[in-house]
Design a protein around this ligand. Structure first.
Ligand code: NAI
Length: 345
């Protein structure tokens, strides 16, 4: 790998909110070209003349795009995300282009957003806000429930799930969890009860998903799982859309099978979430149906979006890129043998 003290980077899918974090490093001999467009086989030639590309979760870093990046002389793919399910790692390996990522940027940001969804849905803050603005000060239909004393189920107690457990514990909930690997810290603290998957979904009043998307976890919450939940269970997904079978969720909500759903992610969110489509006709009938339920709250994949998380993403990404070009060090490399559809952002 040729040493290069001043690498140039083509950034794809850049949003205004990310720029301050990266511009902080503008004087560090790293030159960045910002593209709002996402990376795909078609847009990959925009990387021509750069040393590296920097991508986000919405970029399609498939075999076609990687072949064209290799033709353009790209030497590194730096992800601004933790997840890499949008990258064909085998293709990157074939073209000898290493892939690096940001493994963690703010578990608190995501867990806090999950709690924001819970509180908003439960106490109907979104409805109350709209009502009051129209001088409707009535309380009818705004009843919620005390979180204190409720059973809070967590699926996946990694970095984010662990934070979620602490927040739920702070609210006085009984915390139960199912996770492939247990959190040593939670086990030591002693107030989280690890149970099997069925027990967690059957006992939870609130159920929050924090596992990565893998072939094993795809549609983890399907018709059967929804059927096992309590009628009032509030289901929260800040993990990845495809953890839930959206069709099964709609069927369950229609017949009052579960109480409410708070979704920051959606299986078919690509090309919709994070875009302003306010002057267009929504083509996704499943999403359109989900948006009609009074007990469903949807945000546009924004759980990560705090100043601290954005600063951490920029810092780690710049460090990953400079580490490679200046010191030939692959920091936070995603290896091909870890090729699972992680879905992490
Ligand atoms: P992590 O890797 O620290 O934790 C994942 C946990 O899931 C681990 O405890 C692991 O043992 C468990 N797990 C994995 N497969 C499992 C399975 N089949 N069954 C049960 N448990 C399983 O990941 P982290 O950082 O906590 O992130 C979790 C997910 O949150 C990410 O994969 C991503 O999908 C999502 N995320 C969402 C963001 C957003 O803005 N909405 C931002 C960042 C992450």
């Amino acid at each position: 790998m040729p040493k290069n003290d001043s690498p140039s980077v083509a950034m794809f899918s850049t949003h205004e909110f990310e720029r301050p974090g990266f511009e902080h490093y503008a004087g560090s001999d790293l030159s960045m070209t910002y593209h709002e467009t996402s990376l795909s086989e078609k847009t990959a030639p925009l990387a021509e003349g750069h040393d590296a590309v920097c991508c986000f979760s919405e970029d399609d870093v498939g075999a076609g795009a990687i072949r064209r990046l290799a033709d353009a002389g790209i030497k590194l793919i730096a992800l601004r995300s933790a997840g890499f399910n949008n990258v064909d790692l085998r293709a990157a390996d074939r073209h000898a282009i290493p892939v690096v990522r940001v493994p963690a940027y703010s578990p608190s940001a995501v867990a806090e957003h999950a709690m924001a969804l819970i509180l908003c849905l439960n106490r109907k803050i979104h409805k109350a806000h709209n009502r009051v603005r129209e001088l409707n000060f009535s309380l009818e239909g705004l009843e919620g429930f005390d979180l204190h004393g409720k059973t809070f189920g967590i699926i996946g107690t990694g970095k984010i799930g662990e934070q979620m457990a602490r927040i739920a514990h702070g609210f006085g909930c009984k915390v139960i969890a199912f996770s492939k690997e247990k959190s040593d810290a939670l086990v030591e603290e002693g107030w989280t009860e690890y149970l099997d998957f069925d027990e967690v979904i059957e006992q939870s009043d609130i159920l929050s998903l924090h596992v990565p998307l893998t072939p094993e976890t795809r549609h983890l919450i399907d018709e059967d799982a929804l059927g096992r939940m309590k009628k009032h269970t509030m289901l929260i997904n800040t993990g990845r859309g495809a953890l839930i079978d959206a069709g099964a969720l709609i069927r369950s909500l229609k017949k009052g099978g579960i109480g409410a759903a708070g979704l920051d992610v959606y299986e078919e969110e690509e090309g919709v979430f994070r875009e302003d489509l306010s002057d267009q006709v929504l083509q996704d009938d499943t999403l359109a149906r989900l948006l009609t339920f009074p007990n469903v709250l949807i945000t546009s994949h924004q759980a990560f979006l705090t100043r601290e998380a954005l600063d951490n993403i920029a810092e780690t990404t710049v460090d990953n890129i400079l580490g490679y070009f200046r010191s030939a060090e692959l920091r936070n490399e995603v290896r091909v043998d870890r090729n699972v559809a992680s879905g992490a952002d």
